[in-house]
Design a binder for this molecule. Structure first.
Ligand code: BTN
Length: 274
Protein backbone atom coordinates (compact mmCIF):
# COMPACT_ATOMS: atom_id res chain seq x y z
CA UNK A 1 0.00 0.00 0.00
CA UNK A 2 1.34 3.46 -0.84
CA UNK A 3 1.48 6.23 1.79
CA UNK A 4 -1.29 8.85 1.46
CA UNK A 5 -0.40 12.38 0.35
CA UNK A 6 -0.19 14.74 3.37
CA UNK A 7 -1.44 18.31 2.75
CA UNK A 8 0.34 21.18 4.50
CA UNK A 9 -1.66 23.78 6.46
CA UNK A 10 1.36 26.09 6.42
CA UNK A 11 4.40 26.34 4.16
CA UNK A 12 7.29 28.61 5.07
CA UNK A 13 5.12 30.32 7.68
CA UNK A 14 2.07 31.12 5.54
CA UNK A 15 -1.02 29.31 4.29
CA UNK A 16 -1.31 27.91 0.74
CA UNK A 17 -4.04 30.53 0.11
CA UNK A 18 -1.58 33.30 0.98
CA UNK A 19 1.07 31.94 -1.39
CA UNK A 20 -1.55 31.36 -4.11
CA UNK A 21 -2.58 35.01 -4.00
CA UNK A 22 1.02 36.24 -3.84
CA UNK A 23 2.17 34.10 -6.77
CA UNK A 24 -0.92 34.93 -8.86
CA UNK A 25 -1.84 31.34 -9.73
CA UNK A 26 -5.40 30.01 -10.09
CA UNK A 27 -4.88 27.08 -7.70
CA UNK A 28 -2.04 25.98 -5.45
CA UNK A 29 -1.88 22.72 -3.52
CA UNK A 30 0.92 22.33 -1.00
CA UNK A 31 1.86 19.02 0.62
CA UNK A 32 4.23 18.00 3.37
CA UNK A 33 4.71 14.75 1.48
CA UNK A 34 3.39 13.19 -1.72
CA UNK A 35 4.35 10.31 -3.99
CA UNK A 36 5.14 12.61 -6.93
CA UNK A 37 3.87 16.16 -7.49
CA UNK A 38 3.51 15.23 -11.18
CA UNK A 39 0.96 12.54 -10.27
CA UNK A 40 -1.09 14.95 -8.14
CA UNK A 41 -0.99 17.60 -10.88
CA UNK A 42 -2.02 15.06 -13.50
CA UNK A 43 -5.03 13.98 -11.42
CA UNK A 44 -6.06 17.64 -11.01
CA UNK A 45 -5.59 18.29 -14.74
CA UNK A 46 -7.78 15.30 -15.56
CA UNK A 47 -10.49 16.86 -13.37
CA UNK A 48 -10.19 20.11 -15.38
CA UNK A 49 -7.68 22.15 -13.32
CA UNK A 50 -6.87 25.38 -15.19
CA UNK A 51 -3.52 26.23 -16.73
CA UNK A 52 -1.14 27.54 -14.09
CA UNK A 53 -2.35 25.23 -11.30
CA UNK A 54 0.64 24.44 -9.07
CA UNK A 55 1.35 21.45 -6.85
CA UNK A 56 4.28 21.84 -4.47
CA UNK A 57 5.66 19.39 -1.91
CA UNK A 58 8.39 19.45 0.69
CA UNK A 59 9.05 15.76 0.20
CA UNK A 60 8.38 13.20 -2.52
CA UNK A 61 8.41 9.49 -1.81
CA UNK A 62 8.36 8.45 -5.48
CA UNK A 63 9.85 11.47 -7.26
CA UNK A 64 10.54 10.82 -10.93
CA UNK A 65 13.34 12.01 -13.18
CA UNK A 66 13.84 11.59 -16.89
CA UNK A 67 14.29 8.17 -18.49
CA UNK A 68 13.09 6.17 -15.52
CA UNK A 69 15.49 7.72 -13.07
CA UNK A 70 14.35 8.75 -9.60
CA UNK A 71 14.46 12.22 -8.09
CA UNK A 72 15.06 12.58 -4.40
CA UNK A 73 15.76 15.53 -2.16
CA UNK A 74 15.96 15.84 1.63
CA UNK A 75 12.65 17.21 2.99
CA UNK A 76 12.36 20.98 2.89
CA UNK A 77 15.61 21.66 1.04
CA UNK A 78 14.62 21.77 -2.59
CA UNK A 79 11.81 23.05 -4.74
CA UNK A 80 9.65 20.20 -5.91
CA UNK A 81 6.74 21.46 -7.93
CA UNK A 82 4.54 20.69 -10.89
CA UNK A 83 2.46 23.02 -13.04
CA UNK A 84 -0.50 22.20 -15.23
CA UNK A 85 -0.07 23.66 -18.71
CA UNK A 86 -2.62 23.59 -21.50
CA UNK A 87 -0.76 24.29 -24.76
CA UNK A 88 -2.93 25.44 -27.65
CA UNK A 89 -0.37 24.61 -30.29
CA UNK A 90 1.66 21.52 -30.86
CA UNK A 91 5.38 21.88 -30.18
CA UNK A 92 8.07 19.25 -30.69
CA UNK A 93 8.51 17.28 -27.45
CA UNK A 94 12.02 18.59 -26.85
CA UNK A 95 10.98 22.27 -26.94
CA UNK A 96 9.03 22.64 -23.70
CA UNK A 97 11.69 21.40 -21.24
CA UNK A 98 14.19 23.78 -22.87
CA UNK A 99 11.75 26.69 -22.87
CA UNK A 100 10.91 26.11 -19.22
CA UNK A 101 14.58 25.52 -18.39
CA UNK A 102 15.30 29.01 -19.76
CA UNK A 103 12.51 30.46 -17.61
CA UNK A 104 13.84 28.72 -14.49
CA UNK A 105 17.41 29.79 -15.22
CA UNK A 106 16.13 33.37 -15.56
CA UNK A 107 14.33 33.08 -12.21
CA UNK A 108 17.49 31.78 -10.51
CA UNK A 109 19.56 34.57 -12.01
CA UNK A 110 17.05 37.26 -10.95
CA UNK A 111 16.82 35.86 -7.43
CA UNK A 112 20.52 35.19 -6.78
CA UNK A 113 22.72 36.38 -9.63
CA UNK A 114 23.75 32.77 -10.35
CA UNK A 115 24.03 32.20 -14.10
CA UNK A 116 22.70 28.68 -14.44
CA UNK A 117 23.71 26.72 -17.49
CA UNK A 118 21.44 24.44 -19.47
CA UNK A 119 22.50 20.96 -20.44
CA UNK A 120 20.34 19.56 -23.21
CA UNK A 121 17.65 18.38 -22.94
CA UNK A 122 16.44 19.29 -19.46
CA UNK A 123 19.18 19.88 -16.91
CA UNK A 124 20.09 23.05 -15.05
CA UNK A 125 23.72 23.16 -14.02
CA UNK A 126 26.19 25.36 -12.16
CA UNK A 127 29.95 24.89 -12.01
CA UNK A 128 29.58 21.61 -13.91
CA UNK A 129 27.17 20.14 -11.37
CA UNK A 130 23.46 19.46 -11.54
CA UNK A 131 21.22 22.09 -9.96
CA UNK A 132 17.90 20.79 -11.17
CA UNK A 133 15.83 19.34 -13.97
CA UNK A 134 12.49 19.52 -15.75
CA UNK A 135 10.24 16.55 -16.48
CA UNK A 136 7.34 17.30 -18.85
CA UNK A 137 4.65 14.64 -19.09
CA UNK A 138 1.92 15.16 -21.70
CA UNK A 139 -1.56 13.67 -21.95
CA UNK A 140 -2.25 13.37 -25.67
CA UNK A 141 -5.56 12.61 -27.38
CA UNK A 142 -5.96 12.31 -31.14
CA UNK A 143 -2.38 13.56 -31.60
CA UNK A 144 -3.08 16.79 -29.66
CA UNK A 145 -1.89 17.48 -26.13
CA UNK A 146 -4.82 17.81 -23.69
CA UNK A 147 -2.48 19.07 -21.03
CA UNK A 148 1.14 18.90 -20.00
CA UNK A 149 2.37 18.48 -16.45
CA UNK A 150 5.68 20.32 -16.08
CA UNK A 151 7.59 18.91 -13.11
CA UNK A 152 10.43 21.01 -11.77
CA UNK A 153 13.02 19.79 -9.30
CA UNK A 154 15.58 22.32 -8.02
CA UNK A 155 18.23 21.82 -5.37
CA UNK A 156 18.01 24.97 -3.28
CA UNK A 157 19.39 24.74 0.26
CA UNK A 158 21.53 21.58 0.21
CA UNK A 159 25.15 21.98 1.26
CA UNK A 160 28.00 19.90 -0.19
CA UNK A 161 28.05 17.56 2.82
CA UNK A 162 24.35 16.79 2.46
CA UNK A 163 24.78 14.71 -0.69
CA UNK A 164 25.13 10.95 -0.48
CA UNK A 165 28.65 9.82 -1.53
CA UNK A 166 27.57 8.83 -5.05
CA UNK A 167 26.29 12.36 -5.77
CA UNK A 168 29.13 14.33 -4.20
CA UNK A 169 30.86 16.34 -6.86
CA UNK A 170 27.96 15.77 -9.27
CA UNK A 171 25.11 17.70 -7.63
CA UNK A 172 24.97 21.22 -6.28
CA UNK A 173 22.37 23.67 -5.02
CA UNK A 174 21.39 27.27 -5.69
CA UNK A 175 22.64 28.24 -2.20
CA UNK A 176 26.09 26.72 -2.83
CA UNK A 177 26.31 28.26 -6.29
CA UNK A 178 25.28 31.64 -4.88
CA UNK A 179 27.51 31.36 -1.83
CA UNK A 180 24.71 33.03 0.10
CA UNK A 181 21.39 32.33 1.79
CA UNK A 182 18.50 31.74 -0.59
CA UNK A 183 14.80 32.16 0.16
CA UNK A 184 12.75 29.22 -1.08
CA UNK A 185 9.48 31.21 -1.23
CA UNK A 186 11.12 34.00 -3.23
CA UNK A 187 12.67 31.52 -5.66
CA UNK A 188 9.42 29.54 -5.91
CA UNK A 189 7.46 32.68 -6.76
CA UNK A 190 9.93 33.71 -9.44
CA UNK A 191 10.00 30.22 -10.95
CA UNK A 192 6.21 29.95 -11.02
CA UNK A 193 5.78 33.42 -12.52
CA UNK A 194 8.47 32.97 -15.18
CA UNK A 195 7.33 29.48 -16.15
CA UNK A 196 3.72 30.76 -16.48
CA UNK A 197 4.87 33.61 -18.73
CA UNK A 198 7.06 31.33 -20.85
CA UNK A 199 4.23 28.82 -21.28
CA UNK A 200 1.74 31.55 -22.22
CA UNK A 201 3.95 33.53 -24.56
CA UNK A 202 5.83 30.78 -26.28
CA UNK A 203 4.30 27.89 -28.12
CA UNK A 204 5.58 26.09 -31.19
CA UNK A 205 9.29 26.14 -32.10
CA UNK A 206 11.95 28.00 -30.13
CA UNK A 207 12.01 31.67 -31.12
CA UNK A 208 15.29 33.32 -32.20
CA UNK A 209 15.36 35.18 -28.86
CA UNK A 210 15.07 31.87 -26.98
CA UNK A 211 17.78 30.27 -29.12
CA UNK A 212 20.13 33.19 -28.43
CA UNK A 213 19.50 32.82 -24.71
CA UNK A 214 20.02 29.08 -24.98
CA UNK A 215 23.32 29.61 -26.78
CA UNK A 216 24.42 31.78 -23.83
CA UNK A 217 23.55 29.06 -21.33
CA UNK A 218 24.33 25.92 -23.37
CA UNK A 219 27.07 24.02 -21.52
CA UNK A 220 27.45 21.39 -24.26
CA UNK A 221 28.19 23.75 -27.15
CA UNK A 222 31.66 23.08 -28.61
CA UNK A 223 32.19 19.98 -26.47
CA UNK A 224 32.86 16.47 -27.79
CA UNK A 225 29.96 14.35 -26.58
CA UNK A 226 28.64 10.83 -26.40
CA UNK A 227 24.96 10.08 -26.95
CA UNK A 228 23.75 7.05 -25.02
CA UNK A 229 27.36 6.01 -24.55
CA UNK A 230 28.54 6.24 -28.19
CA UNK A 231 30.88 9.03 -29.36
CA UNK A 232 28.70 11.32 -31.49
CA UNK A 233 30.80 14.37 -32.41
CA UNK A 234 30.86 17.97 -31.24
CA UNK A 235 27.70 19.59 -29.87
CA UNK A 236 26.84 22.54 -32.10
CA UNK A 237 23.73 24.03 -30.48
CA UNK A 238 20.02 23.38 -30.50
CA UNK A 239 17.68 23.76 -33.49
CA UNK A 240 14.23 25.45 -33.38
CA UNK A 241 12.53 22.09 -32.66
CA UNK A 242 14.74 21.55 -29.63
CA UNK A 243 16.93 18.86 -31.22
CA UNK A 244 20.59 18.82 -30.24
CA UNK A 245 22.77 19.40 -33.30
CA UNK A 246 25.97 17.37 -33.35
CA UNK A 247 28.64 17.73 -36.00
CA UNK A 248 31.23 15.21 -37.04
CA UNK A 249 33.53 15.22 -40.06
CA UNK A 250 31.67 18.09 -41.73
CA UNK A 251 28.27 16.39 -41.38
CA UNK A 252 25.63 17.32 -38.83
CA UNK A 253 22.91 15.23 -37.27
CA UNK A 254 19.95 16.01 -35.04
CA UNK A 255 19.63 14.17 -31.76
CA UNK A 256 16.01 13.96 -30.61
CA UNK A 257 16.42 12.09 -27.35
CA UNK A 258 19.10 10.39 -25.35
CA UNK A 259 21.60 10.83 -22.58
CA UNK A 260 24.43 13.13 -23.58
CA UNK A 261 27.73 13.32 -21.79
CA UNK A 262 30.73 15.46 -22.41
CA UNK A 263 33.57 13.08 -23.12
CA UNK A 264 35.44 12.51 -19.87
CA UNK A 265 32.52 13.97 -17.87
CA UNK A 266 31.19 11.99 -14.89
CA UNK A 267 28.05 9.87 -15.49
CA UNK A 268 24.70 11.62 -15.91
CA UNK A 269 22.65 11.70 -12.75
CA UNK A 270 19.24 12.48 -11.40
CA UNK A 271 19.58 13.40 -7.80
CA UNK A 272 19.56 9.73 -7.18
CA UNK A 273 21.98 7.01 -8.28
CA UNK A 274 21.19 5.81 -11.79
C1 BTN B 1 15.40 15.17 -14.42
O1 BTN B 1 16.39 15.87 -14.30
O2 BTN B 1 15.48 13.99 -14.75
C2 BTN B 1 14.05 15.80 -14.16
C3 BTN B 1 13.75 15.82 -12.70
C4 BTN B 1 12.37 16.39 -12.38
C5 BTN B 1 12.04 16.22 -10.92
C6 BTN B 1 10.76 16.92 -10.55
S1 BTN B 1 10.56 17.11 -8.81
C7 BTN B 1 8.94 17.66 -9.03
C8 BTN B 1 8.32 16.79 -10.12
N1 BTN B 1 7.77 15.58 -9.58
C9 BTN B 1 8.45 14.49 -9.97
O3 BTN B 1 8.17 13.31 -9.63
N2 BTN B 1 9.44 14.84 -10.80
C10 BTN B 1 9.46 16.27 -11.02
Amino acid sequence: MTAPDIPADLWEGATPATWRARWGVPDLRIFRAVGSTNDVARALAEEGAPEGTVVLADEQLRGRGRRGRGWSAPPGQGLLLSMVLRPREHAAAAVLPLRLGLAIAGAIEDATGVVAGIKWPNDLVAAGRKLGGVLCEAAVEGGLPQFVVAGIGLNVLQQDDDWPPELRGHATSVAVAAGAAVSRPDLAERVVRMVSIAARQGEGPLAPRERDELARRDVLRGEAVTVDGSPAGVAAGVDPDGALVVSRGGATRRVLSGTVRVIREAPEIGTEPT
